[in-house]
Design a protein around this ligand. Structure first.
Ligand code: DAH
Length: 366
């Protein structure tokens, strides 16, 4: 190849590379151009590799000419890189602007709400923890034995029929599990697993086949159980009175204990609290009306015996109460069904702020 020919070759190569550099629209494209020209197998590097085969004379002129191309291309790439960096920065600055005049979005803790049932359960825990009770829990799917038999409901006893029980199909041994109809089986589980003295409350879900304005197939109860050597009805009465005053946040309550029947207590009672219902609003601690709020009694000797506790040594009392019902009474909610409809409008109206935890010192409901 003549000197002239290779000179014009070099010029063409240089101008091709320079126009590719000018056309590179981002840093990745520019890098590709650089590798194609100056990389190990690049077009400029290939020219440099031809120098070894030349005579010293040729190498002097050709070497100088190729190095000029190399320097020109290198500085063109560096310049283009600076320009592209600047363009990329300007694009980011334009797209990542923050409009400081936009209103602040509220955090979840400000918009989320605690369901009234959860709130009341927390209130119950706060009130009874203060009286030295701990919380016991049991499964929703329960054995017939714990839900009925050990609680002194004999097989075929009519009280079983009153519970509108949801039964599962019998298993291979002919045993039918059920959805617990009350929280009383947790009493059984507690007595079987703990030694007296016992002082627990058992809040949880319960199920009965029933549905209207004040009944839903799933509802909530809280059970209370105290077992020791001297527990008596006077203690029970004091506990329930203290509970009602704390829960309804009134200085005084008047209660009425009426005789009743439950298979698992003897004697058994139902408890009403005095209230006024003027103007469609219920107020406690005043008035002429009575409202039933719970069932209670001394734990039946058969139940103690069924749970491995000697009734000649120990005695105790228990009570059971509908959580949904006391929530409706306290917070003036007329219908039970929306409790379980997950309607966010209902929840934002009746719900509670997540960080306002109920405490006896700070107030149950702030
Ligand atoms: N388990 C009863 C029910 O669901 C409520 C109840 C009444 C529980 C008296 C008790 C009790 O512990 O002593 O109707």
């Amino acid at each position: 190849m003549s000197d002239l020919e290779s000179m014009s070759d070099l010029e063409t190569l240089q101008s091709e590379i320079l126009s590719a550099v000018a056309a590179a629209s981002d840093e990745a494209a520019l890098e590709a151009v650089r590798v194609g020209a100056l990389g190990k197998k690049g077009t400029v590097s290939a020219k440099l590799a031809t120098l070894g085969k030349m005579s010293p004379e040729e190498r002097k002129t050709a070497g100088a000419a190729i190095n000029v191309v190399k320097d020109t291309v290198t500085s063109a790439i560096a310049n283009r890189r600076t320009v592209l960096k600047q363009i990329a920065l300007e694009a980011r600055l334009a797209s990542e602007t923050v409009d400081v005049t936009l209103p602040v979005r509220e955090p979840a803790a400000a918009t989320g709400r605690i369901h009234p049932i959860s709130q009341v359960m927390d209130e119950l825990a706060a009130i009874f923890a203060d009286m030295g009770f701990s919380i016991a829990e049991g499964p929703d799917v329960e054995q017939d034995d714990y839900n009925f038999t050990k609680l002194n409901f004999p097989e075929g006893h009519p009280a079983r029929e009153m519970h509108d029980t949801f039964f599962f199909n019998p298993d291979e041994n002919g045993q039918r599990k059920l959805l617990r109809t009350h929280t009383s089986p947790v009493q059984v589980r507690t007595m079987l697993n703990q030694k007296p003295p016992i002082r627990v409350i058992c809040p949880g879900r319960t199920y009965r086949c029933d549905s209207d304005q004040t009944h839903t197939p799933m509802f909530h109860q809280v059970e209370g159980l105290v077992i020791d050597k001297t527990a008596h009805l006077g203690n029970l009465k004091w506990i329930l009175e203290e509970f009602c005053k704390a829960f309804f946040e009134v200085p005084n309550v008047t209660m009425r204990f009426r005789p009743s029947f439950f298979p698992f207590t003897e004697p058994s009672m139902e408890v009403d609290i005095q209230c006024s219902r003027k103007g469609g609003e219920i107020r406690f601690g005043e008035g002429e009306d009575w409202l039933e709020i719970l069932g209670c009694g001394m734990v039946h000797a058969n139940v103690l015996r069924n749970c491995g506790i000697d009734p000649d040594e120990y005695q105790g009392f228990a009570w059971g109460m509908g959580i949904d019902r006391i929530a409706m009474l306290k917070y003036g909610m007329p219908d039970l069904r929306p409790f379980f409809e997950a309607d966010v409008r209902w929840l934002s109206h009746y719900g509670f702020r997540p960080l306002d935890l109920p405490t006896l010192a700070g107030g149950l409901t702030s």
